[in-house]
Design a protein around this ligand. Structure first.
Ligand SMILES: [Mg+2]
Length: 340
């Protein structure tokens, strides 16, 4: 098998400000693996401020893995476990290749009962309440029925106004979830969620920045809580759901180490009766396609965080279409997306 690594740099429609800093562009590495007949594609793209690995480390780790692949796939993937974004790129490309060889879509290769489309959420992060409401309404008008509102970047009063404005704009039947990116303390999170509960919040991602803290909030709050960046590995996910007070776990295939590890985490979460939600890390079209196939194989009907391609000014290929609030799973072999 031959591995090829190709760096890319994608412009963003506007700078992404997260609770962890500002991102100006999206950089990553496209990984392709060929057996001479088929080609599988993967995306390795650490997010600055979110990932603990740098692009340089991911690149160097992939170069070593590419040189060692012939000595054994399992050992090569195991050696990448400390650099999960690199593992995601190679494991993703290998999973895509295997599915293409079998003539199956990646989702059906992960689970024969995978769905043909998945609901996606709209992401609202505008700080001005009227602007946030308009963004939510625009998403609603395209058929989206779940809105995720970023909170904790401004004052509590502003967040209360923003959430109320968004709820008002989309009406009572839309699922409204929050993401605080770990920006609150436990007492503030409890106060905020108590104040926001009348708006019927389905759950809040990362109200505080640790598994123990999120579990503490979950035990005392009327609003269910979710881990995202606090639970980065399958072991972390096991710890999070083991607390018994965390109801939702966000799983990012590109951050946890690829589709196989994402499916492991998803099965674990479901066994505990909790809900896994699959999201991208503002990935390229290849990464989005991987996340889509994992989401389709997850068996979870709630909306997943896949509608992120519009944040990119250019891309490595074409992301699967979103029709009436649902991303349609390509039914061709593999991920159904190949870089152009
Ligand atoms: Mg999140």
């Amino acid at each position: 098998m031959i591995v090829d690594l190709r760096n890319y740099r994608l412009g963003l429609v506007s700078n992404l400000s997260t609770a962890h800093g500002v991102v100006h562009q999206r950089e990553g590495i496209l990984v392709s693996v060929t057996d001479g007949e088929y080609v599988g594609w993967g995306d390795a793209a650490p997010m600055p401020g979110w990932s603990t690995s740098s692009l340089e480390l991911v690149s160097a780790s992939l170069a070593v893995a590419a040189a060692n692949l012939e000595t054994g796939i399992d050992a090569t993937l195991d050696a990448l476990e400390a650099v999960p974004e690199a593992r995601a790129g190679l494991a993703g490309a290998l999973a895509d290749l295997t599915a293409r060889r079998r003539g199956l879509s990646l989702s059906r290769s992960l689970d024969p009962g995978a769905s043909a489309s998945v609901a996606v959420n709209g992401l609202v992060s505008a700080s001005d309440p009227a602007e946030a409401a308009a963004d939510a309404r625009r998403a609603f008008d395209t058929g989206i029925r779940t809105i995720k509102l970023k909170v904790a970047a401004g004052s509590p009063t502003l967040d209360l106004e923003r959430a109320a404005a968004v709820r008002d704009a989309v009406g009572p039947d839309v699922e409204l979830r929050l993401d605080a990116n770990g920006g609150w303390t436990v007492p503030v999170a409890l106060q905020m969620l108590d104040a926001l509960a009348p708006l019927h919040i389905s759950f809040c991602e990362e109200p505080v920045d640790s598994i123990a803290g999120i579990a503490e909030v979950g035990a005392a709050s009327a609003v269910p809580v979710a881990t995202d960046e606090s639970a980065r590995s399958v072991d972390d996910v096991a710890e999070a759901i083991g607390t018994g007070t965390i109801d939702v776990v966000v799983v990012k295939p590109s951050a946890i180490g690829g589709p196989d590890l994402a499916m492991q985490a998803i099965r674990l979460v479901r066994e505990f009766g909790a809900t896994p939600i699959v999201t991208t890390m503002v990935d390229s079209a290849v990464g989005v396609a991987h996340a889509l196939h994992v989401a389709a194989a997850s068996g979870v009907e709630m909306a997943h965080g896949l509608a992120t391609s519009a944040l990119l000014r250019d891309d490595v290929g074409e992301s699967p279409p979103i029709i009436d609030g649902r991303m349609v799973v390509p039914d061709g072999p593999g991920i159904g997306v190949g870089p152009l």
